[in-house]
Design a protein around this ligand. Structure first.
Ligand code: EPZ
Length: 419
């Protein structure tokens, strides 16, 4: 079993490049199957989830070429089936992002229902209700979403609650539907905007990207284009928290500061000194005592739920009390149990965590439960006394490109070990 071994107590100093956004790459790779013409995608991150999405569309008959370092060349002219099988979907719920593209272009899709998930029930009712509103016949047969539509028709659909991949799926479905689709209470995440910009370059007609109301006029065909994936704002935030916790000073390059303003503002509240330019962010933490900062997770542009676990660990070593409220997922405190084993003083009541900062976390053997919880354990290991071993690190590899190499470049003592 692969583990990460981390020797705590080293400040992070230096500079690294941020990789392309996992969540933008997943929806944009899915959208690429909507045209039979050549698609070139740049700044693709090397992540398990991206590999899974590539395997998924390759299984349909898409030819995928990895060129240079982070460039994908895709040819969906010979798609021969419209299936997203359970053995792939169970490893990555974002597989559902092929549903809209398949129905939009081919009029049918058979996509396994995503299985359970550590952070919550994560239903897909909004995806299905939206497609039904657009005239698709949608049935659930033996764990598969079986959807058919001669030609999708534009619909007026409102999300409750805001759904990131729900917005992505229905936007992709709408761009080739007959007539106009209006999505209300739509997600405004940068990844959704990056997807929308990709679709526009393919010839889609979309207005209102980045607002809660997206209006789409369907077109018959989408065409070849090239597109660059935006930087990963959650990877960026994770390394900024690591630098703040270890009282270091890092320069992150190839990132996009405007995509995580809420996180930068919160980190400034903890005492971090932050400068940023167009595609770089520099963070220095000089304070002896980091200041705790209360926060509540919100849809963009609020504090992202994907940063909740990481920011909680920062509060866990900040002298004083803080409160963290998770409003997006109902079970996204799995990391708390493991942090408590490392000496963190955190108590839970419903969707609220009450934290009292401790002087030092202790190293301990811990287990990753989901992608961002595992990142939080890595951060805890960076500041804990002694050597921390993190098990089930396949969770980390789903969303962080070579995390131990990037951390080592910044002076952390971290290694991947086989046990
Ligand atoms: C996306 O998940 C991200 N994944 C998640 O990132 C992220 O945490 C989440 O958005 C919130 O920002 C990808 O983009 C691949 P939602 P998604 O639909 O789209 C409820 C990571 O760490 N809901 O925005 O699945 C849902 O239960 C991952 O990179 C319904 O009720 O999340 C949740 O409470 C983890 N019905 C809320 O909406 C639906 O049909 C927001 O979920 C869909 C969602």
């Amino acid at each position: 079993m692969k583990k990460l071994k981390i020797q705590g107590g080293h400040s992070l100093r230096g500079e690294i490049h941020i990789s392309g956004s996992k969540n933008a790459a997943l929806s944009i790779i899915a959208a690429s199957i909507m045209t039979e013409e050549r698609i070139v995608l740049e700044n693709i991150p090397h992540l398990e989830d991206v590999t899974t999405m590539i395997r998924l569309i390759a299984g349909m008959g898409v030819s995928v070429t990895l060129a240079d370092d982070n460039k994908l060349i895709l040819d969906s002219s010979k798609i021969r089936n419209f299936l997203a099988p359970y053995d792939l979907v169970k490893t990555m719920r974002a597989s559902i992002l092929v549903l809209g593209p398949l129905i939009a272009r081919f009029g049918e899709a058979s996509v396994s229902l995503p299985g359970g998930c550590a952070i919550g029930a994560r239903p897909v009712n909004l995806h299905l209700d939206g497609l039904k509103a657009m005239g698709a016949d949608v049935e659930i047969n033996e764990g598969y979403i079986c959807a058919k539509a001669k030609k999708l028709k534009g619909a007026h659909f409102s999300f409750s609650p805001v759904s990131v991949t729900g917005t992505a799926n229905l936007m992709m479905a709408g761009v080739m539907a007959e007539g106009q689709t209006i999505l209300e209470n739509a997600a405004t995440e940068p990844e959704v905007i990056n997807l929308g910009e990709f679709l526009l370059k393919m010839g889609a007609k979309i207005k209102g990207l980045g607002t809660r109301k997206i209006m789409i006029d369907g077109v018959n065909k989408l065409c070849s284009t090239e597109h660059k994936i935006i930087p990963d704002r959650i990877e960026t935030g994770t390394f900024l928290v690591a630098a703040a916790m270890t009282k270091g000073s890092v320069l992150l390059k190839k990132t996009q500061p405007e995509h995580l303003q809420s996180v930068l503002d919160l980190l400034r509240q903890t005492g971090a000194v932050i400068f940023f330019e167009e595609d770089t962010i520099e963070l220095t933490m000089n304070l002896t005592n980091i200041k705790p900062a209360d926060f509540t997770t919100q849809p963009y542009p609020g504090i992202p739920t994907d940063m909740q676990a990481q920011l909680m660990v920062l509060n866990a070593i900040a002298p004083g009390n803080s409160i963290v409220v998770e409003t997006i997922f109902e079970n996204r405190f799995m990391h708390v149990l493991e942090l408590q084993r490392m000496g963190a003083d955190i108590s839970l009541s419903g969707n609220t965590a009450y934290i009292t900062g401790v002087k030092k976390l202790q190293s301990a053997p811990v287990m990753a439960t989901d992608l961002r919880a595992s990142a939080a354990l890595v951060l805890a290991g960076l500041v804990a006394d002694g050597e921390t071993h993190i098990d089930r690190i396949y969770h980390i590899d789903r969303g962080y490109e070579c995390i131990e190499s990037k951390l080592s470049l910044l002076g952390a003592k971290v290694a991947r070990i086989e046990t």
